[in-house]
Design a protein. Structure first.
Length: 325
């Protein structure tokens, strides 16, 4: 018995913000952003939109694609780094919005690797018989924790959500191999200093701008390719496959230079490595399921194709999942 992806969905907020709009906020340029990151625009929530509404929209689309109803879902798993509310998270609001009744729900916090970790958790629920229909959503509203005065981070991120429905299936038909890892020594490469129980919100923390995402960009950059390559290697080993068996690689969408370098290291043709970073920017745990759904809907990924997903992110977490669609 294994786990199969039977439907995908995604949602991007309608407001697309091109790089040139950021030139009015910080000392940056479209040229710098495109050359250093590959990003041209990102979709951002309006002030009145709730982050969990993105998860609901993506989840609804995935359920529709799977031919499933909200009532079929017996686990709602939301990978998110910055939930709607620190307590109770994002998952209860997504579950309520979808109408999944008394099905269990919880948030999964593993930074940008959250969706890949989520595949491992979903597979565990399905294979153990704890669930028969898992709705796994990656949903992130990074614009709400971005310091729009910090040019080192504000140009990088976007908002959005992606989702998949997983059901039990015959072994070898769906999730073929998953490998998830961490490097806790690098925990502070990407973090938000205040607002947790270590440094609760106070006037001082607000004045010191400690409620925004802080990142040591070059440290993350250097780790990204070797970590994703290592995770892919291990996941392929578990699947009993090699890169030659992979039809598509969907890497976490953080930086086009990272994606290009990964493609070179894997020696896989560049057009087999998905990227929507130019339009979507870095949507953290939502980036892989958004790219997956877009590729499925335009018919690029076909049933039976082997897709290798790999990510790295805050924690530091990293991982990979090999899935036959
Ligand atoms: O999702 C997982 C988490 N995030 C990531 O994966 C991000 C990984 N890191 C990166 O993508 C890259 O490190 C960045 C895009 C963040 C930065 O690119 P870089 O090539 O590593 O640049 P850098 O940090 O070494 O900065 C080079 C210069 C600096 O100026 P000086 O000190 O050389 O004068 C920065 O101040 O570029 C400057 N800079 C900018 N200039 C214009 C940094 N951000 C900007 C900006 N516009 N937005």
């Amino acid at each position: 018995m294994g786990a199969r992806i039977v439907g995908t969905g995604s949602y991007l907020p309608p407001r697309a913000v091109p790089n040139c709009d950021l030139e009015n906020l910080v000392d940056t340029s479209d040229e710098w952003i495109v050359q250093r990151t590959g990003i041209r625009e990102r979709h951002l929530l309006e002030e009145q939109e709730l982050p969990s509404e993105m998860g609901v929209a993506a989840g609804r689309a995935a359920l529709e694609a799977a031919g499933s109803a909200a009532g079929d879902v017996d686990l709602v798993l939301v990978a998110t780094t910055f939930p709607d509310m620190t307590c109770p998270g994002t998952a209860p609001f997504v579950a309520a919005g979808l109408g999944t009744g008394d099905a269990p729900f919880f948030d999964l916090t593993a930074g940008c690797t959250g969706f890949v970790y989520g595949i491992a958790v979903a597979e565990g629920f399905l294979v153990s018989g704890l669930a028969e229909c898992v709705l796994l959503i990656g949903s992130e509203a990074l614009s709400r924790v971005t310091d729009w005065n910090d040019r080192r981070t504000c140009v990088l991120f976007g908002d959005g959500a992606g989702a998949v429905v997983l059901r039990p299936g015959p072994e070898g038909a769906g999730v073929l191999g998953v490998s998830v890892h961490g490097d806790p020594e690098k925990a502070l490469l990407l973090h938000m200093p205040a607002g947790g129980t270590r440094l609760p919100a106070s006037h001082n923390t607000v004045d010191a701008r400690l409620h925004y995402l802080q990142m040591e960009g070059s440290g993350v950059f250097r780790s990204a390719v070797p970590l994703m390559e290592r995770a892919l290697d291990r996941a392929l080993g578990k699947a009993g496959l090699s890169m030659n068996d992979v039809d598509w690689v969907i890497p976490h969408q953080a930086n086009l230079r990272i994606i290009d370098a990964l493609a070179r290291r894997l020696a896989i043709p560049r057009d087999r490595v998905m990227s929507n970073l130019d339009r979507v920017a870095n949507t953290s745990a939502a980036s892989i399921p958004i790219a997956l759904d877009e590729a499925v809907r335009r018919g690029q990924i076909q049933p039976g194709d082997v897709v290798a997903m790999t990510a790295f992110g805050a924690g530091v977490t990293y991982g990979a999942a090999i899935v036959r669609m």
